[in-house]
Write a protein that binds this ligand. Structure first.
Ligand SMILES: Cc1cc2nc3c(=O)[nH]c(=O)nc-3n(C[C@H](O)[C@H](O)[C@H](O)COP(=O)(O)O)c2cc1C
Length: 335
């Protein structure tokens, strides 16, 4: 799909056509978050436009924002293919891409050109081979070099597709990564929100700890959640799962836990911080449940693979219908 979108992007008026065919605009879809204005609350989750090549096309197709990446300092090829598997009976994907991406230099080439009004988040990570003692330098390197080329940043500490230890999920380790980013930002004329992307496999205690980090530091918000390493609740046979091998599960099996986590963060932070809800949003109703749980914005990945762009269209239509019904009933009550 990324290849197709790149082709369309090179056709004169290609994006104009995409916008005509797909995009729905309505004042009731608009949102304010992190000091930015979003044309709608539905974004593309990280991993889809890994190198920042098609965010304009994705926006033209109706997304309110695009999170590119995960971008690491050096290019890395990730795990050998095949590494992405559809498991249709569970409406899920198992992936072990291993944060394959073309690295910082390549991302700068694509992101430094004008974004034409598209809100672009940049999801940043460390190279897999970087030892934990040097992790903070990797994040800082990507952050400072892309600082002026992205509208917000997501610090991905929740990489879990190869089951290797990535970033220790401790307060020390997370603040060691975040602190230099805050310090760098303090010296800049322009403000860029920083969010933390967390795994759905954390215990409630660790989720509370992550929320407290947000409350106690200049962290701007949380992206919850990444894919899960759990195979619980899958109906796909063990034989098929064994054939696929290791990988993180995204899609329908994640819906319940992702919504629960967002609700937990929302409650603990008393609704005062923006949360981007992601994980198993496969239907407009799932998106509604995620927004009702306290998410300010949402992101899609697996839902997009199974349902295509109709998921965005239907969700936008549902949100417009809801907003206009509420408006009508409010004005009814007032009369
Ligand atoms: C093939 C694939 C690659 C992904 N790559 C990344 C990535 O590079 N960085 C990241 O933070 N999340 C990545 N994700 C996780 C998604 O951004 C999202 O958090 C997760 O899939 C849950 O959402 P979903 O159920 O709607 O897919 C990836 C997911 C998939 C399926």
């Amino acid at each position: 799909m990324v290849f197709m979108l790149r082709v369309v992007g090179h056709i004169p008026a290609g994006r104009w056509f995409l916008r005509k065919i797909y995009a729905i605009e309505h004042p009731s879809l608009e949102r304010e978050a992190f000091g930015m204005h979003f044309k709608n609350p539905i974004g593309v989750a990280a991993g889809f436009d890994r190198n920042g090549e098609v965010y304009r096309e994705l926006s033209a197709m109706g997304f309110g924002f695009v999170e590119v990446g995960t971008i690491t300092p050096r290019p890395q090829s990730g795990n050998p293919r095949p590494r992405v598997f559809r498991i249709g009976s569970d409406k899920a994907i198992i992936n072990r891409t291993g944060l394959a991406n073309k690295g910082l230099e390549y991302a700068i080439e694509h992101l430094r050109t004008p974004h034409e009004g598209v809100i672009v988040g940049c999801n940043i990570g460390k190279n897999t081979i970087t030892p934990i003692e040097e992790q903070a330098a990797d994040y800082l390197k990507v952050f400072r070099n892309l600082y002026l080329h992205a509208d917000y940043f997501t610090v991905n500490v929740s990489y879990n597709t190869t089951f290797k230890e990535y970033v220790p999920q401790t307060r020390e380790s997370i603040t060691e990564i975040l602190q230099p980013l805050f310090e760098f930002r303090r010296g800049q004329d322009q403000y860029r929100p920083i969010l933390l992307k967390i795994s759905p496999d954390l215990s409630d205690e660790v989720i509370d700890m992550m929320t407290d980090i947000m409350i106690e530091t200049p962290l701007d918000g949380i992206v919850a959640t990444n894919a899960t390493t759990s195979r619980e609740g899958l109906t796909t046979s063990d034989k098929t799962l064994n054939n696929i091998g290791q990988g993180a599960v995204s899609g329908a099996p994640l819906t319940k836990r992702a919504i629960e986590i967002v609700a937990r963060i929302h409650a603990r932070s008393k609704g005062t911080y923006p949360i981007i809800g992601v994980g198993g949003l496969m239907t407009p109703e799932d998106v509604k449940a995620m927004l009702d749980a306290g998410a300010t914005l949402v992101q899609l990945y697996t839902g997009l693979i199974y349902e295509g762009m109709s998921l965005v269209r239907h969700t936008c239509k549902m949100l417009i219908a809801e907003a206009t019904n509420t408006d009508n009933s409010t004005s009814d009550t007032k009369q």
